[in-house]
Design a protein around this ligand. Structure first.
Ligand code: PGA
Length: 254
């Protein structure tokens, strides 16, 4: 069964006290919502908040993700946080390949392949982000860009591992800009991602693949985007930093 997911990517926002209050508010509001079994709600706070946030949420209704992890399992890598460390804190998934990490921290497909393997090795769900820049869309290269990002970092995985992946399509020009892809643009790319997955792994895996849309999703546009047949939820940045707007986006998928 294809899961639907609404995930909040807090990025480098909130100090621990505010973050824990936000997690607690989301948790409280979620109690009033009857979530179907196929809908998962995830928050991805900064690393420093995770242990505290875990203490104020209901782990079977609200899941916690890391925003990043190391390419290595342990050792002399000053400043890094391993997938195993996130797993030990109770995380069930980790975001990888976010365009901010690709752009500012020079994360290549090779690095992302290693991170994805670490996440899988530690029994967590990779939320793998992909998406083209504005100039690439203008040059009509967006399908090739997304195909390369996915195939280079993920297509070496066996069927069993790939079936644990969630893909988030996040056109770079829509992230934090207030400009959302139209529902048709999102659907077109999501169905393309499903098609290349089908060609590589077959129908069963491609039909079960959860593909999230990310980029300026807010309560006002969430329902429209989520209504598309190949959009299985969203990765939410700015609008995930307020409990009310995040909850309204969750309601839009029900
Ligand atoms: P945004 O961010 O919703 O603020 O555009 C989305 C993301 O970067 O995951």
């Amino acid at each position: 069964m294809r899961k639907k997911i609404v995930a909040g990517n807090w990025k480098m926002n909130t100090l621990v006290r505010e973050g824990v209050a936000l997690a607690s508010d989301i948790n409280t509001e979620l109690k009033n919502i009857n979530l179907p079994d196929d809908v998962q709600v995830i928050i991805a706070p900064p690393f420093t908040h995770i242990a505290f946030a875990e203490q104020v949420i209901d782990g079977n209704k609200l899941y916690v993700a890391g925003q990043n992890c190391a390419t290595e399992n342990e050792g002399a890598y000053t400043g890094e946080v391993s997938a195993a460390m996130l797993k030990a804190l109770g995380c069930s998934s980790v975001i990888t390949g976010h365009s901010e990490r690709r752009a500012y921290y020079h994360e290549t497909s090779e690095i992302l392949a290693k991170k994805t393997e670490q996440i899988l090795k530690n029994d967590m769900m990779p939320i793998f982000c992909c998406g083209e820049k504005l100039e690439e869309r203008k040059a009509e290269k967006h399908f090739d860009v997304v195909k390369n990002q996915i195939s280079e970092a993920l297509f070496h995985l066996g069927e069993n591992d790939f079936s644990k992946i969630v893909i988030a399509y996040e056109p770079v020009w829509a992230i934090g800009t207030g400009v959302t892809a139209s529902k048709e643009q999102a659907q077109e790319m999501h169905s393309y991602i499903r098609k290349i997955t089908d060609e590589k792994y077959g129908k069963e895996i491609s039909e079960n693949l959860t593909i999230l849309y990310g980029g300026s999703v807010k309560p006002a546009n969430a329902k429209e985007i989520f209504s598309m047949p190949d959009v299985d939820g969203g990765l939410i940045g700015g609008a995930a930093l307020k409990a009310d707007s995040f909850i309204d986006i969750i309601k839009a998928i029900l």
